[in-house]
Design a protein around this ligand. Structure first.
Ligand code: FAD
Length: 390
C-alpha cells in the first residue's frame, strides 16, 4: 500500500473566536451570492455557479488549508472540514465546487506536483481562477481504477494520449482535467499510471455532456481523447507513479465529502423539524405525533454521529496522522446518514417535499450519488476490512 503523503498540518487555531469569524464569512458570502432562492434557480436551470468561485477565493475560503507562502490561510484541516460542512448546509452546489477545487486540484498540487507547477497553479487556484476536474473513471474502469486503458505514448517534448474518460465532473468547463493515463503496464495493473494535466480545449479532446437525475450544478462529461498532445511540463508527479499519487490524496476528497454530506444532512433535518412544527393534521401539528418525533430524534442522532466522526477525521488530518480507515469510515457514515435523513425527511414532508420547489427533494436527489461516487461505499468497506487485517 502506498504511504500517506507528508501532511501539511497548518498552524494552531483558536477554535472559538477565529473559527466563528471564518464561519461568519461563509454565511455572509452565501447570503450575498448564493441564497436559498439562487440555489433553487440554478438547480432548475442546471446552471453551475462557476463565476462565484473567485468570490470564494477573495473571501479566503478556497485557500484556508494551504500554506501562506502560496496565498493560503495556513489553517489546519479541522477548519477546512467545518467550512465544508457549513457550505454543505447553505448550498452544496457551490460548496462542492469549492471542495473539488481544494481536494482534486489544490491538494493534488500540494501532494505531488513539482515546485514550479505549485508556484504557477496554487496561488491562482486559491484565488478561484483555476477550475480542476478529475478524469479518472473510464467506461471499463469504475471501482477498479487499475483497469484504466487510456494510454500515453512518449513523443518528442511530451506525450500523445488516446483513450476515453467518463463521468468527469466539471471537465468540459474546467481549466485542467487531472487525468491518469497509462504510460506502462497493462489494464489490471496499478503500476504504470501517470497523472497528466489536460485542458478540455486541447486539440483532439471531444466532450459530450451527460444528463442525470441530480446534482444539476455539477456538470458530467464523456471525454474522447484522440492523439492529444501533453507537454512534459504538464505531467503531474513522477511518471508511472500516478496510482500512488492519486491514492495519497483520496483521504482529502473523502473528508471533504463527509463534511459536506453532514452539512446537507443537518439542513434536511432542520427542514423536516420546521415542517413538523408547522403542518397540522387531525387538529394538531404533525410533530406532536410520536412516530414523527422519534423519526426526527433518530435523524438528528445520525447527523450528530456523522459530524463527530467527520471532526475526528479532520483532527487526524490536522495532526498529520495516518487515516486511511478513518477516511473511508467518515465517507460511509456521513453519506449513509444523508441518505437516511433525506429518505425520512421526504416521508415527513410528504407531498410538500415532492414539489420541485422543495429543498428537501433536491438534497434527496443529490444525496443518491454520494454512496457510490468518489469510491463506492462497498469499496470503502473493503478498505476498512483490509485495514482491520482481513
Ligand atoms: C454524478 C457523477 C459524478 C462523478 N464524478 C466523477 C469525477 O469527477 N471523476 C471521476 O473520475 N469519476 C466520477 N464519477 C464516477 C464515479 O466515481 C463512479 O461512478 C464510481 O467510482 C463507481 O464506478 P461505476 O459507476 O463504474 O460502478 P462499478 O465499479 O461498475 O460498480 C457497480 C457496483 O458494484 C460494486 N462493486 C464493484 N467492485 C466491488 C468490489 N470489489 N466489492 C464490492 N462491491 C463492488 C460497486 O460498489 C457498485 O455498487 C462520477 C459519477 C457520477 C454519477
Amino acid at each position: 500500500m502506498p504511504a500517506m503523503p507528508q501532511a501539511y498540518t497548518g498552524r494552531p487555531i483558536d477554535q472559538s473566536d477565529e473559527l466563528r469569524m471564518i464561519l461568519d464569512t461563509v454565511d455572509r458570502v452565501f447570503a450575498r451570492h448564493f441564497p436559498a432562492e439562487e440555489a433553487r434557480r440554478r438547480d432548475k436551470a442546471h446552471a453551475p455557479p462557476y463565476e462565484l468561485l473567485p468570490a470564494l477565493g477573495e473571501a479566503g475560503l478556497i485557500g484556508l488549508g494551504f500554506p501562506e507562502e502560496y496565498g493560503g490561510g495556513g489553517l489546519p484541516w479541522s477548519v477546512v472540514a467545518r467550512v465544508s460542512e457549513r457550505m454543505g448546509y447553505l448550498g452544496s452546489m457551490l460548496g462542492t465546487l469549492c471542495d473539488v477545487t481544494v481536494t482534486f486540484g489544490g491538494m493534488s498540487l500540494m501532494a505531488y506536483a513539482s515546485e514550479a507547477q505549485r508556484r504557477d497553479l496554487l496561488p491562482r487556484t486559491i484565488r478561484g481562477e483555476v477550475l480542476f476536474a478529475l478524469a479518472l473513471t473510464e467506461p471499463g474502469a469504475g471501482s477498479d481504477a487499475s483497469r484504466i486503458r487510456t494510454r500515453a505514448v512518449a513523443v518528442p517534448g511530451g506525450w500523445r494520449i488516446n483513450g476515453r474518460k467518463i463521468w468527469s465532473s466539471y471537465a468540459g468547463d474546467s481549466t485542467y482535467m487531472v487525468t491518469p493515463c497509462r504510460t506502462g503496464g497493462e489494464p489490471g495493473q496499478s503500476r504504470g499510471l501517470t497523472m497528466m494535466l489536460i485542458p478540455p480545449t486541447a486539440k483532439g479532446v471531444h466532450m459530450t455532456q451527460l444528463e442525470k437525475v441530480g446534482n444539476n450544478g455539477l456538470t458530467s462529461w464523456d471525454i474522447g481523447l484522440e492523439d492529444v498532445f501533453v507537454p512534459e511540463s504538464d505531467v503531474l508527479g513522477e511518471v508511472d507513479r500516478g496510482f500512488r499519487n492519486l491514492m495519497s490524496t483520496l483521504h482529502y476528497a473523502r473528508a471533504g465529502l463527509a463534511a459536506s454530506a453532514t452539512g446537507q444532512a443537518q439542513k434536511a433535518v432542520d427542514i423536516a423539524i420546521a415542517h413538523a412544527k408547522e403542518r397540522e393534521q387531525f387538529g394538531q401539528p404533525i410533530g406532536k405525533f410520536q412516530v414523527i418525533q422519534h423519526r426526527l430524534a433518530d435523524m438528528q442522532m445520525r447527523v450528530d454521529q456523522a459530524r463527530l466522526y467527520t471532526y475526528h477525521l479532520a483532527d487526524l488530518i490536522s495532526a498529520g496522522a495516518p487515516c486511511r480507515r478513518e477516511a473511508a469510515q467518515a465517507k460511509v457514515i456521513a453519506t449513509e446518514c444523508l441518505q437516511y435523513v433525506t429518505h425520512h425527511g421526504m416521508q415527513i414532508l410528504a407531498s410538500a417535499g415532492y414539489h420541485s420547489d422543495s429543498d428537501m427533494q433536491r438534497i434527496w436527489r443529490d444525496a443518491r450519488l454520494y454512496t457510490f461516487g468518489e469510491g463506492s461505499n462497498e469499496i470503502q468497506r473493503n478498505i476498512i476490512a483490509r485495514e482491520l487485517g482481513l
